[in-house]
Every structure is written in structure tokens, then in C-alpha cells.
Design a binder for this molecule. Structure first.
Ligand SMILES: Nc1ncnc2c1ncn2[C@@H]1O[C@H](COP(=O)(O)OP(=O)(O)OP(=O)(O)O)[C@@H](O)[C@H]1O
Length: 252
């Protein structure tokens, strides 16, 4: 059952990303059991939840990597429910996977170039946009000739963001951007997420590291056992709710 802690405006056709009763699974049963949400323009919308609750399944289904069995997914009012992953990129959706998100045996510059190779012309970042992205990520800009495999985990994650931004997306999907990073880099990564938002990009991410992600998020959705338990302004989640109880399926 969907519960909302605060009233939210009725979803509109212009919501950057809107899910209506998504059912997704791999075998006989459904992992996502009727997930609905609406992301507002320019928002950082973060999905949290216990292990196995379906966060990865959710972001993969939004990216087009796991098929949606029932329900509908809309990008700025356009129904993309059955649209293949590559065409979602053309429609303005970019996805940064948690792992294997750069080519380690290629240089940083080559990774950025490759990120534009298979895009439709209208999506390829202009020179000005590329310069803006590089200005946002000096760790990337200063290392163009280096092999991506020689970057630190945090620098690689920045490169993965920069590659995703080469498709000038309207909505960026981030799969656990802080996973495996040291505390210093975790802060830097979330600061980078906020910088990306300042470009006008709407962010939809999943995160395990609730304490680190919430201060950088606008809205938090708590997913438990494939169902939405709560949608709340991010700064109210820990102040007004007991996350442990929510994760155990107790009342919000
Ligand atoms: N490819 C797959 N085939 C079959 N079952 C899968 C597959 N991927 C995930 N699952 C199952 O779906 C359920 C939800 O997994 P999912 O990875 O989406 O959750 P999660 O919230 O991201 O978990 P975690 O935080 O541990 O990564 C789990 O029971 C998992 O075993």
C-alpha cells in the first residue's frame, strides 16, 4: 500500500518521471508489487529500503533493463513502459550502473568520447555542454589521458556521471552512487549529484547509505518488500520516522 507522509501535488503530465502501479519480477512472483511515484522537475528523488526490497529491480526497470509486467512508466508524459533501454536514452533518460560503469582499459578522454558514439545527434552534448560538465568534474578534466582503470573509485564514479551527461539527459538514474566509496568520496559524490541537478537535470537514485544520501536529497521513498511504504521530504524521514520499524514493515 502506498502511504504518503505529506500531501503531494497530484502528478501532472509534465512530471519528469512517473510510475503507475509497476509490477516487475523475474520468475513466478512479482518483486515490485504495484510501485507508484511521481518525481518533480529538478528534484533529487532517493529510494531507500532494506536489502532485497527491490531497489535495484526498480531502477533497472526504469532504465529499461528489466521488463515491466504491469503498470506504466511515463517520462515527461510520454509512455515509455515498453520502450527499449537505448531509446529511453534518446528520450532523455540516462543511467549510471553501480558497477562496470566505465571502460577501465580506455583513457578518461576515450570513455567520454565513446559515451557519445551511439547517441542520436540531437542528444549528443554540445561543446559548450561538454565544457560545462568537465568544469563540474575537475578530477575528470585533469585526467583525460589517464587510463580509467587507474582512477580511484570516487574518480571513476565522477567519470561515469560525466559520461552519462554526454547524452544531455533530462533525468539521470543513479544506482547506489556511494557504494564502495570511502566516507570522504561519499560526501564528494553526493555534492556532485547536487551540482548535476544545478544543470537542470532531475535525479532519481537508489541508495543503501541513507544517512549520507538524505542531506543531499529532496524526497525519499521507502521501499519495503516491493511496496512503497512512505514518500516524504528527505529531511523529515529520520526526524519523524523510525527507519528500523519501517524496514520491518511496521506503521510509518
Ligand atoms: N536477475 C534476477 N533473477 C532473479 N531474482 C532476482 C534477480 N535480481 C534480483 N532478484 C531478486 O529480487 C529481489 C530484490 O532484489 P533487488 O536487488 O532488486 O533488491 P535491493 O533492494 O536492490 O537489494 P540490495 O540492497 O541488497 O541490493 C531479491 O529477492 C533478489 O534475490
Amino acid at each position: 500500500m502506498t502511504r504518503e507522509a505529506v500531501p503531494r501535488a497530484a502528478p501532472t503530465l509534465t512530471a519528469p518521471l512517473e510510475a503507475r502501479d509497476l509490477r516487475v519480477g523475474y520468475g513466478a512472483g512479482d518483486i515490485l508489487k504495484g510501485v507508484r511515484f511521481s518525481v518533480r522537475p529538478g528534484e533529487i528523488f532517493t529510494v531507500v529500503g532494506p536489502n532485497g526490497s527491490g531497489k535495484s529491480t526498480l531502477i533497472k526497470s526504469v532504465a529499461g533493463l528489466v521488463p515491466i509486467r504491469e503498470g506504466a512508466l511515463h517520462l515527461f508524459g510520454q509512455d515509455i513502459t515498453g520502450v527499449p533501454a537505448n531509446r529511453r536514452v534518446d528520450a532523455g533518460l540516462a543511467y549510471v550502473p553501480q558497477e562496470h560503469n566505465v571502460f577501465r582499459n580506455m583513457t578518461v578522454g576515450e570513455n567520454l568520447k565513446l559515451a557519445t558514439e551511439f547517441l542520436s545527434a540531437s542528444r549528443v552534448a554540445t561543446h559548450t555542454q561538454r565544457d560545462k560538465v568537465l568544469a563540474m568534474f575537475p578530477d575528470v578534466a585533469e585526467r583525460l589521458p589517464l587510463l580509467a582503470g587507474n582512477l580511484s573509485g570516487g574518480q571513476r564514479q565522477m567519470l561515469a556521471f560525466a559520461c552519462a551527461l554526454m547524452s544531455s539527459p533530462d533525468v539521470l538514474l543513479l544506482d547506489e552512487p556511494s557504494a564502495g566509496l570511502s566516507p570522504k568520496f561519499v560526501q564528494e559524490i553526493f555534492a556532485a549529484v547536487q551540482t548535476v541537478r544545478e544543470l537542470g537535470v532531475t535525479i532519481f537514485m537508489i541508495e543503501q547509505n541513507v544517512a549520507a544520501a538524505l542531506p543531499f536529497s529532496d524526497v525519499a521513498l521507502v521501499l519495503v518488500a516491493g511496496e512503497v511504504r512512505l514518500v516524504t521530504p528527505a529531511d523529515r524521514l529520520l526526524a519523524e520516522h523510525d527507519l528500523h520499524r519501517l524496514y520491518l514493515g511496521e506503521a510509518a
